[in-house]
Design a protein around this ligand. Structure first.
Ligand SMILES: [Zn+2]
Length: 282
């Protein structure tokens, strides 16, 4: 049996254009600070623990405690943690006391050193800002496509990806070793098809969904920021943060097909406001 625990490791405040902007997004509208307060969205920031017969796997890390040292909204702490005022303009975050990933794992008796793998869907702040909280994990992996994408020299990248979030972690890149997914690029962690990182680029160059499959072929799909909610794939609404719109739509179409498949137990977006923390056993 495989057990997946869905955690909320704080929340992120965004303009509606960011998760559900679709095709034509005015970059200025991406900032919640340019949006009326009542229209801003507070979305959960998720991490997942997969208790698999072959090891404990954490998928994404959420916010670091230093975003909210006192468990409350703290503007200066966020600018410091995010590494720039501009990134703070794009998204603000908050993590209550007891909600960071290491704090929640400790509550169920798991230390960072008990994690066999930390898999990162991509390198955006709300997924890796907390990576150093679990740096004692045996392995921390991200796709080489994402690493390469984050190192491309551009003004946007300079703000978007701050290597200080993972600089004290031993972050390893992986190459594709499997052909599943919309682009025929996947990484089969154990070589048995049970845990695969599947390339769903668009939102970022090396974004991955995690597909966890049991012996009967039933699976859970954690599609990270490939969409921001069920309605993203149901209504084919792409997000406003995007490196490649065509790739993003192709990835979303694959998420839709996977989510509607009869073998799909659950498919979950990282920031879906309708998803509450729960456990999945299958
Ligand atoms: Zn995200």
């Amino acid at each position: 049996m495989i057990k997946i625990r869905v955690f909320h490791t704080g929340s992120v405040c965004v303009s509606p254009a960011l998760p559900f902007g679709g095709d034509n997004v005015n970059p200025l509208k991406l900032s919640p600070l340019m949006t009326r307060k009542k229209d801003r969205l507070w979305l959960p920031v998720s991490s997942y623990l997969i208790e698999h017969p072959k090891g404990n796997i954490l998928f994404d890390c959420g916010w670091h405690r230093d975003m909210s040292p006192e468990g409350e909204f703290d503007k200066q702490a966020q600018i410091q943690s995010l590494g720039s005022r501009l990134l703070y303009m794009v998204n603000q975050g908050k993590v209550e006391k007891g909600q960071t990933i290491d704090e929640q794992l400790l509550k169920i008796g798991i230390k960072p050193s008990d994690l066999d793998y930390v898999l990162l869907s991509h390198l955006d702040c709300d997924h890796v800002n907390g990576a150093s909280l679990v740096k004692e994990a045996k392995h921390m992996l991200v796709s080489n496509d994402e690493l390469a994408g984050s190192r491309k020299k551009s003004c946007k990248n300079k703000i978007r990806f701050q290597s200080k979030w993972w600089s004290d972690c031993h972050l390893e890149g992986f190459d594709w070793n499997d052909t599943e997914g919309p682009f025929g690029k996947a990484f089969d962690l154990f070589g048995d098809g049970s845990v695969k990182m599947i390339a769903i680029p668009g939102h970022s160059d090396g974004l991955c969904a995690l597909k966890i499959k049991n012996e009967e072929g039933r699976y859970v799909l954690l599609f990270s920021d490939g969409g921001y909610a069920d309605k993203s794939w149901k209504e084919m609404i792409s997000s406003g943060v995007c490196n490649d719109k065509e790739a993003q739509k192709k990835s979303l179409a694959w998420i839709r097909e996977q989510s509607m498949h009869e073998k799909c137990v659950e498919s979950i977006a990282n920031h879906d406001a309708d998803v509450i923390p729960h456990n999945i056993c299958f």
